[in-house]
Design a protein around this ligand. Structure first.
Ligand code: SIN
Ligand code: CO
Length: 380
């Protein structure tokens, strides 16, 4: 068996039969899993301004959404039931969350979005809805009752502050216990209601809409296109209606637009930059007292290095993409750096040559990577 995470199913068969196709329930995907953080830890994260958090409450007046960051005292005033606190990107704060995400590396890193963690007391939930992402819903502490439906009716309640289906016709249901996991493909209707104090870990996979991809590609092209010349009309004709745009003007503009060209290399570069671009609220504090290049190289050869938890690193061809920039390197440097992109933590970098070491030093100064401590812990 390749991994216990999918039960008896191999990763290959999961991709063939379930991924983006149909739901999968895995009992005991992570046996004994009780979660990575407590409710108080989650509340602490929800009070930070570098974390994205939401509180959803359900009362007589309908659904209510409040965005974080929250003041700590806010949570002492909450009712006993019917609310959910959700925090995105928990993997930016918790090394254990990154380790959990690595268990899902049978899906390429380019598709991964984040780990979202929710806490809800008895009765809490975010209502029947569907997501446009693939998601693995891993149960931590407590139990959650899930209902799901392949329904085609996707009409939403018009005035609700969150996406709630007008009608929900559940077809299957289960009670998930700690360590159980439910995979849902995009667009699958679902509703999870907490039984007891309940924490759910959502491993979400991004899928940009075509519109978003095209819009962002056009932004990329804008920065990477230079077209010489200027509009000219030495043969201009006398117009009876001076307000009319002439066909010659439209033709000339069309000829210039035909000069906008891109090739496979542009598409590769755009995708790498787009997928590794940090979200707008993410910042990388540089090291307070940076080492010299020589000391840095010595330290990482001795102890190893790791990506900052917020860093996103992908590669294609001989280009390494890190946090929205592309670096094209020699094959030898590529092999070393690709290992970092695959594993995120490298206790051993003895094979790193000068080119890789110089780049790593630059990334260390940007706050993108860190030196590991002697026992694999972070060196301060
Ligand atoms: C939750 O954790 O409460 C919501 C997860 C989801 O339905 O996507
Ligand atoms: Co959902």
């Amino acid at each position: 068996m390749e991994t216990g995470l999918l039960g008896a199913l191999s990763r290959k068969n999961f991709l063939r039969d379930y991924w983006q196709k149909k739901p999968l329930l895995v009992r005991g995907a992570l046996p004994g899993f009780q979660g990575l953080l407590t409710c108080n830890d989650l509340i602490e994260l929800a009070c930070r301004d570098d974390a994205q958090s939401r509180l959803i409450t359900q009362g007589d007046g309908g659904w209510r959404l409040r965005q974080g960051p929250f003041a700590p005292r806010f949570f002492s005033r909450l009712p006993k039931k019917n609310w959910t606190l959700l925090v995105q990107d928990v993997n930016h704060f918790l090394p254990a969350a990154r380790e959990l995400l690595l268990k899902f590396n049978f899906i390429p890193h380019s598709r991964l979005d984040d780990l979202m963690v929710s806490f809800a007391p008895d009765g809490g939930g975010v209502g029947p809805h569907f997501d446009s992402y693939d998601v693995f819903l891993l149960q931590g502490m407590g139990r959650r009752h899930w209902q799901i439906s392949a329904q085609r009716n996707k009409r939403l309640i018009v005035d609700a502050p969150i996406k709630i289906l007008q009608e929900f016709e559940p077809e299957q249901e289960w009670m998930l216990e700690p360590g159980d996991m439910l995979y849902l493909p995009p667009g699958y209707a679902h509703n999870g209601v907490a039984k007891d104090n309940c924490m759910t870990y959502s491993i979400g996979f991004r899928a940009p809409s075509y519109q978003e991809l095209v819009t962002q590609f056009l932004v990329y092209l804008q920065d990477h296109t230079t077209i010489e010349g200027m509009y000219r009309d030495p043969d201009i004709c006398l117009q009876f209606h001076p307000a009319r745009i002439s066909s010659a003007m439209v033709r000339q503009a069309g000829e210039v637009f035909d000069k906008i060209k891109w090739n496979l290399a542009d598409i590769e570069r755009f995708i790498g930059i787009y997928l590794t671009e940090p979200k707008s609220h993410v910042f990388f504090p540089p090291p307070r007292d940076p080492l010299t290049q020589k000391k840095f190289s010595y330290q990482i050869k001795k102890n190893g290095l790791q990506l900052d938890l917020k860093s996103r690193m992908l590669c294609k061809g001989r280009t390494i993409f890190l946090n929205g920039d592309g670096y094209t390197v020699s094959m030898a440097a590529f092999r070393s750096l690709e290992r970092l992109a695959d594993c995120l933590v490298l206790p051993n970098v003895q094979d790193f040559g000068d080119e890789a070491l110089i780049l790593c030093y630059q990334w260390y100064l940007y706050g993108y990577i860190e030196i590991l401590g002697p026992s694999g812990s972070l060196q301060t």
